[in-house]
Design a protein around this ligand. Structure first.
Ligand SMILES: [Zn+2]
Length: 566
């Protein structure tokens, strides 16, 4: 064999080693279920991986890419193995997190990979050391590809994703479509190993920096709340739902039986006329856990939040989540005494809310007397059919395995609604299971559940679906709101329960949560009569409670508008 062919064979072998995590992805990633998608993915990966050949000579290329690639391969493979998904910022966040428990769990899965890695590493660099240091692609050709070929490829990709961008988001102008298509094209690199590891790590580093600055700015902030000194056990749980709409819950009058378990619950009160303050998680959740209503949206980060208020009052706080890592919540999450992240992203197809029950149970039996716990769920977030195990597929036909984005189409309305209703049925099971765990503690306890926002399901002639870039429809904002209390709580606070029952017809929004939870726990202000008055007028447990005349919502265009009437 000539030296030339030996070089080519060694290069091919080294390239295959570099490609190993991507080949594994093409077999197991849930996004790449069809052969066509897997082939397209591998094609893009090969182009992406080969790109640096334009700028590096052969040996330098394999050494640089080898080092960049092999270090991260175990993380990528662990993510593919556990989540059937390339490593996301949410997954990588576990490695950056101050809570090492989840990382230990991951390492226990991937340690054989680490040994395998060392062996591959040795083999790879032996192969590479035999490589001559010449240009793989002749210089002139390389410059032509970089100058002409790549821009053409990029324009083609934008053209391709424009078709989806137009269909999914109902965008009007060509500029909007092209900008979104450009973002989609660039976002693809966040899913392609090894770029995903570096891009997401960089994003997390930025996020951590911003978080530290935000924390430092809030440093001396205090609400001025009374600290609870007694040793009576107390437990308050706030469950934040996701994209659940009130209309599709039988407990609130929906024709299909989607909430059979909650309907059987005693001491569970539904307040059926409550609304979210925004139509996206990003804008809605901060106002659920803040004193600041959406009409003062710009100030929402100028104060600490509900878990921090409970902390100030002497409670141990915890935040449990299986949501995607998000800039706007990371500071709050990490300022809790305990936080638990499943590390599963929105796109993970085996990400069920019940994974939060075990960490919740661990907190409940930990012996801590006063606890405030936030449980942030994935609920009914798109893709509906991936939010519940098969046993909950009661309304059929749902979307099914062979899903593609083109199924988001008005002609598929019934399937979409069926899959959505299955997510509600699963939420019913999840909340009922959670309440059972809390009830078993036999302590004064309150569980509140409210969804962050609702969802559009092709409800009227506007033919809107999902949530986000849309006009302020009532389906997007009308959310379920449930309050459950234990026997032990009722025995201590019959007055508050009486008030709660008296307020079930109120038309109000998520701005009641802050005041209501503090009031439920009898936490008050020390020397601040204005705040104390505000607390009582906004608490559903108070005799002074009053609902506002006008409800406002924050739109995706960052405008505060009056909510549509039913
Ligand atoms: Zn949401």
């Amino acid at each position: 064999m000539t030296d030339h062919w030996k070089t080519i064979l060694r290069s091919a072998a080294a390239f295959l080693i570099l490609l190993a995590p991507n080949l594994y992805a093409s077999l197991v990633a849930s996004d790449l279920a069809s052969p066509a998608k897997a082939i397209a993915y591998l094609l893009v990966v090969c182009i992406g991986l080969a790109l640096p050949m334009l700028f590096l000579r052969r040996r330098a290329y394999f050494i640089v890419i080898g080092i960049l690639n092999l270090f991260c391969a175990p993380i990528e493979i662990a993510s593919l193995y556990l989540n059937h998904n390339p490593a996301t910022a949410t997954f990588l966040g576990l490695f950056f997190s101050t809570n090492r428990q989840e990382v230990a769990g991951i390492l226990s899965v991937i340690w054989p990979l680490l040994i395998l890695l060392v062996l591959i590493w040795i083999g790879y660099f032996v192969l590479v050391s035999f490589q001559p240091n010449e240009w793989i692609i002749p210089r002139k050709t390389g410059i032509r590809i970089a100058g002409i070929g790549l821009p053409i490829l990029f324009v083609c990709a934008i053209g391709f994703f424009s078709i989806y961008a137009r269909k999914i988001n109902n965008l009007q102008t060509t500029k909007e479509v092209v900008l979104l298509a450009k973002d989609i094209t660039l976002m693809k690199f966040y899913k392609i190993f090894p770029y995903n590891i570096y891009l997401n790590s960089f994003h997390i580093a930025q996020q951590r920096h911003a978080m530290k600055e935000a924390q430092a700015a809030l440093g001396p902030f205090r609400f001025g709340l009374t600290a609870k000194q007694d040793s009576i056990p107390e437990l308050y749980v706030l469950v934040i739902g996701e994209a659940a709409r009130s209309e599709n819950m039988s407990i609130n009058g929906y024709a299909r039986s989607t909430t059979p378990r909650l309907e059987q619950r005693s001491r569970l009160v539904s307040l059926p006329h409550f609304y979210s303050q925004a139509g996206t998680t990003e804008y809605a959740v901060p106002h659920m856990i803040s004193r600041i209503p959406v009409t003062r949206h710009n100030e929402v980060n100028s104060e600490k939040t509900l878990p921090e208020a409970f902390q100030e009052a002497g409670f141990r706080t915890a935040w449990l989540t299986n949501k995607s890592r998000a800039d706007y919540l990371q500071r709050v999450l990490e300022s809790a005494d305990i936080h638990f992240e499943t590390g599963k992203d929105m796109s993970v197809t085996n990400n069920y809310d019940e994974y939060l029950l075990k960490p919740l149970q661990d907190l409940l039996v930990s012996g801590v007397k006063k606890q405030f716990i936030v449980v942030h769920t994935m609920g009914s977030h798109w893709r509906y059919d991936t939010r519940y195990p098969a046993a909950f597929e009661q309304f059929t036909p749902a979307l099914g395995e062979s899903f593609s984005l083109s199924m988001i189409n008005p002609s598929n309305k019934q399937k979409l609604v069926n899959a959505y209703d299955n997510t509600i049925l699963y939420t019913d099971y999840f909340l009922d299971s959670l309440i059972t765990l809390v009830e078993a503690q036999a302590v004064p306890a309150v569980v509140m559940y409210m969804s962050d926002h609702g969802e559009n399901l092709y409800d009227d002639e506007r033919e809107l679906i999902l949530h986000g870039n849309y006009s302020a429809t009532r389906w997007l904002f009308h959310v379920p709101f449930f309050v459950w209390y234990s026997d032990e709580y009722a025995a201590l606070h019959s007055d508050k329960i009486q008030q709660l029952q008296a307020h079930t017809d109120s038309r109000d929004n998520s701005s009641v949560l802050f005041a209501s939870l503090l009031d439920a726990a009898d936490i008050g202000y020390i020397n601040d009569t204005t705040s104390a008055t505000q607390l009582h007028t906004r608490s559903i447990f108070s005799t002074d409670y009053s609902a506002p005349d006008t409800l406002y919502v924050f739109t995706a265009e960052e405008k505060c508008v009056v909510l549509e009437q039913d």
